[in-house]
Design a protein around this ligand. Sequence first.
Ligand code: NAD
Length: 245
Amino acid sequence: MELLLKESAKIIKKSNYTIAFTGAGISVESGIPPFRGEYGLWNKYRPQVLDLSYFLNYPGNCWGYIREIFYDFFADAKPNDAHRVLANMERNKLLNAIVTQNIDNLHYDAGNNTVHEFHGNSKKLICLKCGQVYDVNDIDFENIPPKCVNDNEILKPNFIFFGEGIPQEAYSNSFAAAQKAEVCIIVGSTGEVTPASYVPRTAKQAGATIIEINPEETVFTSVITDIHLKGKAAEILNQLGKLLF
Ligand code: NAD
């Protein structure tokens, strides 16, 4: 492992354009479980609660679960060392962009500025009729479903539900970053969610070295990964950080 870490640090220092591609795994040590796997949210909740057509038909029912998952359980989650090392890398010009599948805002909370949120953000809510965006701190979650002050329409969390497209700007920025990448660090992603998983694949095709951080093997590992740093995100990134700064 020490050799792999040293080699990774050397490659990152030499790179002119490095991106990180992050999934739910990076936030596990902040107390937010992933969807899949043994302790995943889908063992407790039905994915249907995040299906757009189900939400439109049963907003009150869906909002009960959405409040519980995203605004009761995870409201106080804080960035962990993995988020902090990535923020430090950006400050030290060793990281150019993060493409994240996460919706928890923890990369911004840690201090990163260039973050392409492929699936949106749970800290904002949007009116599906007039498009007004609300900050989560301005919402009274005692009264659900929350409604728009302009037209009394139901608000939806501003992350994508099953059945919705990827936000256009995040999509184009993510693939543009992948095309430029000389190094792509994949942290805590199964690679099973498309089209997000095409981002590191695009980086690989464009010639990037792929460094993967995950305690498990994923669909990326045997196909595009050059260096697998097997372990938890915070632990591995802390060790890598010591070699970088
Ligand atoms: P995922 O693709 O995001 O995979 C989770 C991965 O994290 C797995 O490969 C697992 O081995 C790995 N992992 C677990 N603990 C880890 C740790 N401590 N360090 C590093 N890696 C670790 O899959 P998913 O959970 O099914 O998510 C599906 C989609 O939903 C993704 O877009 C995901 O980002 C999103 N989601 C986001 C959040 C969040 O915003 N925090 C939470 C759940 C799901």
